[in-house]
Design a protein around this ligand. Structure first.
Ligand SMILES: Nc1ncnc2c1ncn2[C@@H]1O[C@H](COP(=O)(O)OP(=O)(O)OP(=O)(O)O)[C@@H](O)[C@H]1O
Length: 361
């Protein structure tokens, strides 16, 4: 800390993307600790704040009446001094396909520590590259957060894809008094393998059916007795103005493990290939019997660091996103994460959380 008592976070560390900024600012708001983030997104081809990050930053400024320096496009340094978390209805209009879920990723942990329930309406992209698809947030993040005693209600009013965006979602968050420690260590037995294959705009429903059939076929090939139920959906014009396609698959187990895998259609969409890609990714998780998938890993770190008690997750090889999230959480909260490799190559990530209590309820 310097004379102004800022915790300084190096945004170029390891992954060097937007996630270090998001986690640092969220923890700053929750803990009431001023933070300075330098070298923001230094490892990206377009370093500095992009629109998505700027919208998220300004949203957290509004939620906590923060003093902010450096909140402009392409800024590489931000100083953020939060005030108190204020429950309210907040709206963010990105005017682009900026990821709605990444803006939620920043605000959700903060609103969990508000005094009363809050609503956050965001317009932008619901299913865009390098971000959680909105279905993943509903079907994978939500059940994983329940292990920590947290939850939310997320409604998609309209889907939005790259490049036009124009999706619109509503997130309702009930605050918690504290976060419980998450124990995600036992795999249990598979209860269901399911998913949704969607397309929208001018794209024919056949694309969704191709994704469905190839994904189901592949699961059947790997585990002949395992049922796999994927719903093909063509979104109506009201539900999505423009073209887009993708698939999300999940596996649910008797130990309340929920793993997800997804893919998004690009220019020339081959539904068969997308279905195959996603079922293979999910099949890999099932074979490894991990309890947390590769994307959920980094998203749970912030909750583990704040919980009252010791959280543990059994997962695969750690991603750079996860190592970066651990680094930020350790600096912001002072907790220490332990990472151990199991004989079969799985990783056990654990930490004695800070035990942060919500003083506003
Ligand atoms: N397919 C996916 N499913 C679920 N989560 C995803 C998926 N792709 C990316 N994510 C999550 O989205 C976040 C992306 O963080 P990252 O810092 O790379 O993105 P960003 O803020 O857009 O920054 P940048 O533009 O700097 O890459 C991570 O939490 C990652 O786990």
């Amino acid at each position: 800390m310097d004379a102004k008592q800022f915790v300084e976070i190096d945004g170029s560390y390891l992954e060097g993307g937007g996630q270090a900024l998001r986690n640092a600012l969220s923890l700053s708001c929750i803990l009431g600790k001023p933070v300075r983030v330098v070298k923001i997104r230094a490892n990206r081809p377009n370093p500095g704040l992009s629109r998505q990050h700027l919208h998220g930053l300004n949203l957290l400024r509004d939620i906590t009446n923060a003093d902010v320096v450096g909140n402009y496009l392409l800024s590489s340094t931000v100083e953020f001094t939060p005030g108190t978390i204020v429950d309210n209805t907040y709206r963010v209009e990105t005017h682009t396909a900026a990821s709605i879920t990444l803006i939620y990723q920043m605000a959700l942990p903060v609103l969990l520590f508000a005094g009363r329930s809050s609503r956050l309406i965001v317009c932008g992209g619901t299913n865009v590259d390098f971000a959680p698809p909105v279905e993943y947030m509903q079907d994978v993040l939500l059940p994983n957060l329940r292990h920590f005693g947290a939850s939310f209600d997320l409604k998609v009013q309209r889907y939005g894809f790259y490049p036009r965006g124009q999706g619109r979602c509503q997130l309702d968050v009930e605050p918690v008094a504290k976060l419980n420690p998450g124990k995600l260590v036992a795999f249990g037995n598979i209860k269901s393998v399911s998913g949704v294959a969607y397309c929208a705009g001018r794209l024919p429903v056949n694309i969704a059916i191709d994704m469905q059939q190839s994904a189901q076929r592949e699961i059947h090939r790997m585990w002949p007795s395992q049922k796999c139920n994927i719903e093909p959906i063509k979104h109506s014009r009201q539900k999505a103005y423009y073209d887009g396609a993708g698939i999300l698959m999940t596996v649910n187990t008797t130990a309340d493990v929920v793993l997800g895998a997804s893919a998004l259609g690009k220019k020339r969409i081959d539904g068969h290939l997308l279905g195959l890609e996603v079922s293979c990714q999910l099949g890999g998780y099932i074979r490894e019997k991990v309890c947390v998938d590769n994307y959920m890993q980094d998203q749970l770190i912030i909750y583990m660091s704040l919980a009252v008690g010791r959280s543990t997750m059994r997962t695969g090889k750690l991603t750079n996103h996860t190592r970066t999230a651990i680094n930020v959480a350790e600096q912001m909260t002072g907790v220490k994460f332990d990472v151990a490799t199991e004989p079969d190559g799985q990783m056990l990530v654990s930490c004695q959380g800070l035990g942060h209590l919500n003083k506003l309820i």
